[in-house]
Design a protein around this ligand. Sequence first.
Ligand code: DLL
Length: 432
Amino acid sequence: MYWQQALECMPREDLEQLQLERLQATLYRLGTHVPFYRRKLREARVNYEAVTSLAALRGLPFTTKEDLHGNYPYGLFAVPLRDVVRIHSTSGGAGMTTVVGYTRNDIKNWSDLVARILRGAGVTAEDVVQIAYDYGIFTGGLGLHYGAERLGASVIPISSGNIKRQIRIMRDFKTTALVCTPSHALKIADVMMDMGLNSNELSLRYGVFGAEPWSEAMRREIGERLGIVATDNYGLAEIMGPGVAGECRECNGLHINEDHFLVEVLHPETLEPVAAGEIGELVITTLTKEAFPIIRYRTRDLARLLPEPCPCGRTLSRMSRILGRSDDMLIIRGVNVFPAQIEAVLADINGTGSPYLIIVDRENHEDKLTVMVEVTELLFSDQIRKQSALADTIQDRLVTDLGIQVQVKLVEEKTLETIDSKGQKVIDNRRL
Ligand code: DLL
């Protein structure tokens, strides 16, 4: 049930010593190789060569998404591109893209950390693992693929799309572990039902799900409908991708790979640590990354630490599932979407730039994004053809920029305030 037992079950004292040594090395790397951090550390009056305890973390400056955008594309890389063997990005489209790089050694560590998560979920070298994440610049597909191969499992890189084919392959190839977003797993269950297929006709045993928020109710439903044990795993491209934290078979919180990541839980406004076990924002420092080390990254993900030791024997702390965000980012079909991206597209197109409302629904376990846009009375009373041309233009731009399907509806001026009197920009109707 362990992949790297000595590390996953290390006495806390040894773990903290290892963390300190790795923090020192990371600070040295950043201070000497990344001008942005050299400046930031100087401004924060941190003598990175004199850090002698983990408590020094509290005095280090934060890194935000804006910092990453300000250094787009390669400004925060700590090695020359010659040493970078892979480049990924956060999910989500233009305007908000963050570029991250990996050295050969980073890929090796990443594979081991993902292997830990798969092993913790029950998967072994005997398993046939079907990966239904998008394979591409998103970290989900390749990240889990390398981890599953490292574990020695037989990997089916099915990717996303064509669910009937995914199901047929799952049945014929006797897939034992399914890896995808939790909503995709439910979609698979729906389509199986349409195909008249029962989970008994499959060989599935494990489901390893992440990349989007889900709930205990969804875990139960997936478990019942697919006949599997469903575990949660968490990660983000800025830190590594999948592999940051994952559940063991206790299904009660995600073990953080603390020998590679230092996680703080801070109040999102005061940025002070919350009391033990309280909800706060996860702020993460990488400890072993070579190409793209990062300190005190404000993830904007809300969770809490679970203080009790886990019966599985791992000494790595556990965190709750992700309980929300401290910003307005939405995750739609596993893709990160910011209202500001939509606003920027609208501002760019003539005839709009006026009030809009983003509506997110989940129908048949699939997220649907609708953007309602007010247009002037003049345009509204104009020919239908002109209207639908404008709707198409907006839709095309949004699909290109966000990287997901969007429906655009034009409405008359003042319609939106009747739908939503509170002037919110987003109505999220999804019930997880
Ligand atoms: O979603 C990495 C990943 C891939 C994780 C596959 C797990 C499995 P990004 O595209 O950078 O990376 O999106 C990261 O997704 O900040 C969270 O808000 C959200 N997220 C990721 N995992 C979970 C989860 C990948 N298990 C953002 N529960 C993060 C809830 C999650 N939210």
